[in-house]
Design a protein around this ligand. Structure first.
Ligand code: COA
Length: 247
């Protein structure tokens, strides 16, 4: 079965991470599928909005640590880099539905979404430094810009998770609801009925001032991240995770 599913409902494309047995940790293949689906949706007049969601109790546990160890993405045309680029350039409304854990890229991708709907049990974390890594997806620029330097430093430097309430308070999340999927799809369907060119142009205007600086930061992050994946600090942290799992 495919680990990324996609369905079109009333001009809303619903893309789901579908690897619940591994908490939807994202592999190279999954990033490739996500990049392709987003790029296709961006150019398809029949798609007016995209909902990013997940199968099971969690959004995603982030990058698959084993995949990262075995196949570190060191090239700028790796599938993870293509996915991040497709997120940055996605021209239509992107709405996320987050339940359970949103770890690493599970949180940083939300900084690119236009509307994030969270369930009460949603928990967010960016434990990059704890893994010997650095923030990615433009988050080293976007997160401090959203929450202020000091609160961003605390989250990045400690690697500690934060709650849906805190995410709503800082503006990472638009709404906390009981059923995040139902609400995200409802909002997307409302947007799908709006004049599409007006929506696309409005998003372009809102994103324009940061686009080039985010692209530049992503490039720098990618280089440091690729180096960090080869480091002893990451090897130690990954070994700890593996031994905890009895792998
Ligand atoms: N990569 C690969 N596999 C992962 C994963 C990841 N990032 N996160 C979870 N999994 C797998 C676990 O190995 C486990 O598989 P198993 O049952 O075959 O052993 C399964 O998903 C469930 O995870 P588990 O750790 O048992 O759940 P938990 O509730 O005890 O802990 C987390 C949840 C999110 C705290 C923990 O899984 C974790 O720390 N994951 C790593 C997250 C991370 O650091 N991601 C960022 C990478 S940049």
């Amino acid at each position: 079965m495919t680990q990324i599913t996609s369905e079109l409902v009333d001009q809303v494309q619903i893309i789901r991470f579908n690897r619940p047995e591994k908490m939807n940790a994202l592999t190279r293949e999954m990033y490739g599928d996500l990049a392709r689906l987003l790029n296709e949706a961006g150019g398809d007049f029949g798609v007016r909005a995209v909902v990013l969601s997940s199968v099971g109790d969690h959004f995603t546990a982030g990058n698959d640590i084993f995949d990262f160890m075995n196949n570190p993405p060191t090239a700028e045309d790796s599938t993870v880099a293509l996915f991040l680029e497709s997120l940055l350039n996605f021209p239509k409304p992107l709405i996320a539905s987050v339940k359970g854990n949103a770890v690493g890229v599970g949180t940083t991708m939300l900084l690119h979404c236009d509307i994030v709907i969270a369930s009460e049990d949603a928990a967010f974390s960016m434990p990059f430094t704890s893994l010997g890594l650095v923030p990615e997806a433009g988050s080293s620029l976007l997160f401090p810009a959203l929450v202020g330097y000091q609160r961003a430093a605390k989250v990045f430097f400690t690697g500690e998770p934060f709650s849906a309430d805190f995410a709503e308070e800082i503006g990472l999340v638009a709404e906390i609801v009981l059923d995040s999927d139902a609400e995200a799809i409802k909002i997307a369907q409302k947007i799908a009925k709006q004049p599409p060119t007006a929506i696309i142009n409005t998003k372009a205007l809102m994103k324009a001032s940061k686009h080039d600086s985010v692209a530049a930061v992503m490039k720098a992050e990618f280089q440091l991240f690729a180096m960090a994946l080869e480091s002893e600090e990451f090897a130690d942290a990954a070994m700890k995770f593996m031994s905890k799992k009895g792998k």
